[in-house]
Structures are given as structure tokens and as C-alpha cells.
Design a protein around this ligand. Structure first.
Ligand SMILES: C=C(O[C@H]1C=CC=C(C(=O)O)[C@@H]1O)C(=O)O
Length: 394
């Protein structure tokens, strides 16, 4: 007689089905490694002001004791340590090994959007000038300054259709949708985006981070587009901007890894809208108790979203950016009870609440940055979301 089946095979879903099943309130995440759709709340993970990795590990252990057979912590953490966070152990998690893949996507309806830049573009360029003064005065080496676009439509935004367009537009991106509703919100609030930047992943002992910094907007003409890519790779200013991030990510991961491979030179990766300098760093974790979320918390905020030195950059951001970033430039992802997981930098994203959408884009400022070019770069970064929303590009 054949032995009893002790392990029930976990249902494996199709990536496209998980995307189709997403509804606001769920957590959705997809990358080249697969997709995850999570529903309901088994437990909230609370950790005021940090050590969320420890709180997540405790919540996962409690979920196992309560009989949850495959608990995962999913969610988003804001830019500031004392900022917002939305982390839960969901009641139900469905996974697909493959990403969402191709599939039909209804073209974006073309609603009449009212668009308000915050701050005004000229004020953003002024803030970049002031950051350059701080850099000239040797107070800072790098700071990332962001700006927002507030869009208002005549009717509520269909978040599932927006998410599907983001996933289909760039299957290589890490696309996500997270419920970030807060008390006082007039309607459910969703953080939705397609980040090109892997903060860190851990699978077994393998650790991967893929910092990006140093960017050029893409153009339709192929020859000019190739020229921009080559110019980015040759740009001393962009290489310096990138080196800060790669060095800091390598330094932090070096504390946790027994092997670390850091390529000496950046490469260029492309999204449909941008070229970016990229360094793929790989390592082997020294202590298996260090979870993907613990690594992510140690790395955040990297100089891809904050700056160097980090405390002065934080102060400069607080002084020079008129809006609180909230979840923008934080992290989104998941971690499981084995410590495996994947966390991305919360960029190329928007918060959607009923008919209102806030987009965020930032750019790294270093010696040699040009305020108008940084304004144009942030404008180009908005295109990921503007295209998916069917709004006019700016
Ligand atoms: C802060 C953003 O991008 C960061 C990540 C990649 C490249 C960046 C840059 O070239 O400035 C930024 O550091 C954003 O897209 O909003």
C-alpha cells in the first residue's frame, strides 16, 4: 500500500488569474518571480517607530501556533521611521509561480483630469537650487527631492484596471497594490505602482538587492533613445549619484552576508519610460534568522530615496519638500515565516482615493545636477502612472 500523503500540495494559481481576482482592499504583488494575492486580516503587525521585522516574526510565529498553515506578512512602510505603516498577516494568501503574463487589458478610459503640481514646477527647481547650495557648502553630498501631481477625475478611479495596465505595461517591474486606508479617509485608499527598484529579496540563503540611481528619460526615436542610454552610462554626474547608493547598499548588506558580490561597474536597465544605472548585488546570508524584512529595514532609506549623509539629507528633505511623503519612497513587499521575502522601493506609484490620485516622483541631486533637468526627470518618471491612468503626459 502506498504511504499516506502527509503534505497536501499547495494550490498553484495562474498569475493572470490572481491579477484578475484583485479587488481594492486586497494586497497584490507581482515580479519576475511570481505573484501573490492576499485577502482578509488574520492579524495586524504593529511596531511603532521601528523593529517591524521583530514584530512581523512574532506575528508569523503566533499565526503558526493558531493553525495558520502558510502565514505571510504583507504591506507597506512609509518613508519616515515615524511615518505610516500598513502590515498584516492576511487570512488567505494565493500565490502563482509565474508573473501575471500577457492578457487583455482595457485601454485607459480618457477621463478629463484636473492636474495640480505640488509644488509648482518653478518652486521644485528652486528647491533643487537650494539643495545645490547645501552641496556646494559641503553640508551634503546627495539629496533626493520629490514632487507630486494631484489628479482629480469626475468619477471614482477603477483601481483593478489601473493595476492591470501597470502590470501589462512593464512585466519586468514589481507591481503592487496595498490598502493604506487611514481614519478620516472619505473612501478606501490604495497605494498602487510599478517599481523598477528591488530594495532586497531573500530566498533561502540567497540575498539580492538592485539599487538604481542616475536616470535619463526615454524617447520614441530609437537612435536618440540609444544615444540617451549611452550618455547615461558615460555621465560622471550620474555615475557619482549611483555610486552613493551602490556603496551604501553593499556596506549594509556586508554586515549581514558571509559572501557578497558587488559588480565594479553599473549597467543600464530600461523601463518603458526611463533608463537607469543599475547594480545587482548578490550575497549569502550569514544568519538564517535575518529575514527579508530585517534586511529591508536595515537598508532603508538608501541614498536612492534620501541622501548622503543620511541625517542631513532627511533634514534637507523636511525643509525643501512642501509635502509629507507618507508611503512614497518607503517600501512594499512581503516576508514569510522562513524569513524569505521581497521588498521594493515605493516609487513609480500613486495613492488613489475615490476620484483623487496623488502621484510622486523624485530625483537625486548631486554636484553638477541641473535644476531644469531634474524637473524634466521627475516629469518623465510620472509617465508610468499618467499612461496607466490615461492622462496627458507632461
Ligand atoms: C525617487 C525616485 O527614483 C529613485 C530611484 C531611481 C533613480 C533615481 C534617480 O535617478 O534620481 C532616484 O534615486 C523616483 O522614481 O521617484
Amino acid at each position: 500500500m502506498s504511504p499516506a500523503v502527509l503534505v497536501r500540495p499547495r494550490p498553484v494559481h495562474r498569475g493572470a488569474d490572481l491579477l484578475a481576482a484583485y479587488l481594492p482592499g486586497s494586497f497584490y504583488y507581482t515580479s519576475a518571480h511570481g505573484s501573490l494575492l492576499a485577502d482578509g486580516v488574520h492579524a495586524c503587525v504593529e511596531a511603532d517607530g521601528g523593529d517591524r521585522a521583530r514584530a512581523a516574526a512574532a506575528a508569523l510565529a503566533a499565526a503558526v501556533r493558531a493553525g495558520h498553515d502558510d502565514p505571510v506578512v504583507v504591506g507597506a512602510i512609509g518613508f519616515r521611521q515615524d511615518g505610516p505603516a500598513s502590515l498584516v498577516v492576511p487570512a488567505v494568501v494565493r500565490r502563482a509561480c509565474a508573473p501575471a503574463g500577457d492578457g487583455p487589458t482595457a485601454p485607459a478610459a480618457v477621463p478629463a483630469w484636473t492636474v495640480v503640481p505640488r509644488p509648482e514646477p518653478a518652486r521644485y527647481a528652486d528647491a533643487v537650487r537650494r539643495a545645490l547650495e547645501l552641496i556646494d557648502g559641503a553640508e551634503l553630498d546627495k539629496v533626493v527631492l520629490g514632487r507630486c501631481l494631484d489628479l482629480l477625475s469626475g468619477s471614482p478611479v477603477a483601481v483593478p484596471a489601473l493595476l492591470a495596465r501597470l502590470v501589462r505595461a512593464d512585466p519586468a517591474a514589481h507591481a503592487f497594490a496595498v490598502d493604506v486606508s487611514a481614519p478620516g479617509d472619505p473612501a478606501p485608499r490604495t497605494l498602487v505602482g510599478a517599481s523598477p527598484e528591488l530594495l532586497v529579496s531573500r530566498r533561502g540563503t540567497e540575498v539580492v538587492a538592485n539599487p538604481l540611481a542616475g536616470s535619463a528619460p526615454r524617447v520614441a526615436d530609437e537612435a536618440r533613445d540609444r544615444g540617451r542610454r549611452a550618455a547615461l552610462l558615460a555621465s560622471a554626474k550620474d555615475r557619482a549619484e549611483h555610486a552613493h547608493v551602490a556603496a551604501e547598499v553593499a556596506r549594509v548588506l556586508g554586515r549581514f552576508c558571509r559572501e557578497l558580490h558587488v559588480p565594479a561597474e553599473p549597467t543600464v536597465i530600461g523601463t518603458p519610460t526611463m533608463w537607469h544605472l543599475s547594480t545587482r548585488i548578490t550575497g549569502r546570508i550569514a544568519d538564517p534568522a535575518t529575514s527579508a524584512l530585517a534586511l529591508a529595514e536595515a537598508l532603508h532609506p538608501t541614498p536612492a530615496v534620501c541622501g548622503v549623509p543620511v541625517d542631513r539629507a532627511r533634514d534637507a528633505i523636511a525643509d525643501l519638500e512642501p509635502l509629507d511623503r507618507g508611503y512614497f519612497t518607503g517600501l512594499v513587499g512581503w516576508t514569510d515565516r522562513h524569513g524569505d521575502g521581497e521588498w521594493v522601493v515605493t516609487i513609480r506609484c500613486a495613492e488613489v482615493c475615490d476620484a483623487a490620485v496623488r502621484l510622486f516622483a523624485g530625483a537625486g541631486i548631486v554636484a553638477g545636477s541641473d535644476p531644469d533637468a531634474e524637473l524634466a526627470e521627475t516629469g518623465a518618471k510620472f509617465r508610468t502612472l499618467l499612461r496607466a491612468l490615461g492622462a496627458r503626459e507632461r
